[in-house]
Design a binder for this molecule. Structure first.
Ligand SMILES: Cc1cc2nc3c(=O)[nH]c(=O)nc-3n(C[C@H](O)[C@H](O)[C@H](O)COP(=O)(O)OP(=O)(O)OC[C@H]3O[C@@H](n4cnc5c(N)ncnc54)[C@H](O)[C@@H]3O)c2cc1C
Length: 411
């Protein structure tokens, strides 16, 4: 298999790469491979890893009421794609669940979310903090935040995905359409001239010594994009790496029973209109226990070489304490049985939009999730697949929205 030549090689078998692999396989006469390590399942394996995915746990929120109309549209299209994917692969990863966004009355973000909800005709209701608490009595928003908040409760086309199962479904769909999948890490990519009739080809060298040849390469390596020499050194995407951590709270049966109708929650009370936190409703984890999960927004940045260590750390105790404080204020009746901290990282682009672009005539990227790329992974994969197969933009939304910005060369 290692000597085979591919039309498209996709690097990074996470949420975007596995979607791109599936969609590229649908392009006629295109031989595709997907290279990337599977996520570890044991802590021992996790701690020995230098490369991680951002889809390691059990729940991601999907919604179509974001500030960005384009990202919401991609999310809406992905929602339809998720449905097809579940039917075609028999792997179920999606659960319907309402979503609530809240922030100060008339804040820019909430105003933008309302506009998006109207433009995309999303089924939603507007509520005050008091009305939200009346609807979900275990959730004390008004008491916590005062009366100066407004909420958008999305009632359909939103839910929760299990990210590991979603990746498994996308890889299964790719495999069913002839994709070769390599469970390994790429160390570098080099350009070679083959013969005049074949032209330039790329040699993708893996850490276990395989050399995989391809006419084109699509890089979907998330937070670890700059950790290996995958791109020419003068064409490095301008993106920052943000450490994140989540607090999982094991719930009592009584709490679980009370919270059955809980929506996912996204809070936007920061003055810069960035998300300051989100809460996922109770979800059963592989240990059979039910957890409520809270995460935070952008707090600081990491250097590329610090990311792997951050993943293996226990996170920042001060942040854990703040997250616990928020949970106790939002849910006055919460009785935690146990708590767990998980660390992860996300990317932030200069444009706050994903970078889906050709970097050279043969190499494309689909990177830059800005912390929320699970909800539209299916459609980003389709957009990137069409681009890499054709070698240029081939999607019905404007290319400029997804244009990659490069780091300034060092003097
Ligand atoms: C804690 C947390 C909570 C989140 N919650 C939400 C949410 O509720 N809703 C939402 O929409 N989004 C959420 N996100 C964001 C979402 O998970 C990411 O946007 C999504 O995973 C991005 O997909 P990706 O393919 O770009 O990156 P990933 O899913 O991380 O995939 C990248 C893949 O590339 C592989 N890779 C890296 N380097 C190499 C290499 N050299 N060779 C081969 N493979 C390589 C990695 O192993 C990985 O599998 C959350 C993220 C985190 C961390």
């Amino acid at each position: 298999m290692a000597d085979r030549m591919y039309d498209v090689c996709i690097i990074g078998a996470g949420m975007w790469g596995s979607a791109a692999a599936y969609h590229t396989c649908l392009v006629p006469d295109t031989k595709v491979c997907l290279i990337g390590p599977e996520e570890p399942t044991s802590s021992q394996e996790f701690n020995s890893r230098a490369i991680h995915g951002a889809y390691y746990d059990e729940v991601r929120v999907t919604r179509t009421n974001m500030g960005s109309v384009i990202c919401s549209e991609l999310s809406k299209r992905s929602h339809e794609g998720f449905d097809k994917l579940e039917k075609n692969t028999g792997i179920s990863f999606y659960t319907e669940c309402n979503n609530v966004n809240f922030g100060p009355v008339k804040s820019q973000y909430i105003t933008d979310c309302k506009r998006t909800s109207e433009l995309l005709q999303t089924e939603h209701v507007l509520l005050t903090g008091d009305q939200l608490t009346q609807k979900f009595p275990y959730l004390n928003m008004a008491l916590t935040l005062g009366s100066n908040i407004e909420c958008i409760l999305q009632l359909s086309k939103c839910g929760l995905v299990n990210p590991r199962k979603l990746v498994a479904a996308q890889k299964t769909a790719a495999d069913l359409h002839g994709c070769d999948i390599f469970n390994t890490t790429v160390d570098q990519i080099t350009e070679k001239y083959h013969t005049p009739s074949v032209g330039k080809i790329l040699e993708v060298v893996t850490e276990d010594g395989q050399i995989i040849r391809s006419r084109k390469v699509l890089i979907c390596t998330g937070v670890f994009t700059l950790s290996k020499p995958l791109l020419p050194s003068h064409l490095l995407p301008d993106m920052k790496l943000v450490p994140t951590q989540t607090l999982r709270i094991e719930l009592s049966k009584e709490n679980v029973d009370n919270m059955r109708d809980m929506p996912s929650i996204c809070s936007f009370t920061r003055e810069d209109n960035q998300r300051d936190g989100y809460i996922c409703p109770p979800v059963i984890y592989p240990d059979g226990k039910t957890y409520l999960k809270i995460g935070h927004g952008r707090l600081r940045y990491l250097k590329s070489e610090e990311v792997a260590e951050w993943y293996r750390s226990d996170g920042d105790p001060e942040v854990t304490e703040k997250l616990m404080g928020m949970m106790k204020r939002f849910f006055p009746g919460l009785i935690p049985i146990s708590t767990h901290t998980d660390t992860c990282a996300v990317t932030v682009t200069r444009t706050d939009m994903p970078y889906v672009d050709m970097v050279t005539p043969e190499i494309g990227v689909a990177i830059g999730d800005n912390g929320g790329g699970a909800k539209f992974c299916y459609e980003i994969g389709r957009m990137a697949a069409k681009m890499i197969a054709k070698g240029c933009w081939d999607y019905d939304l404007p290319a400029r929205e997804f244009e990659v910005r490069f780091k300034e060369p060092k003097q």
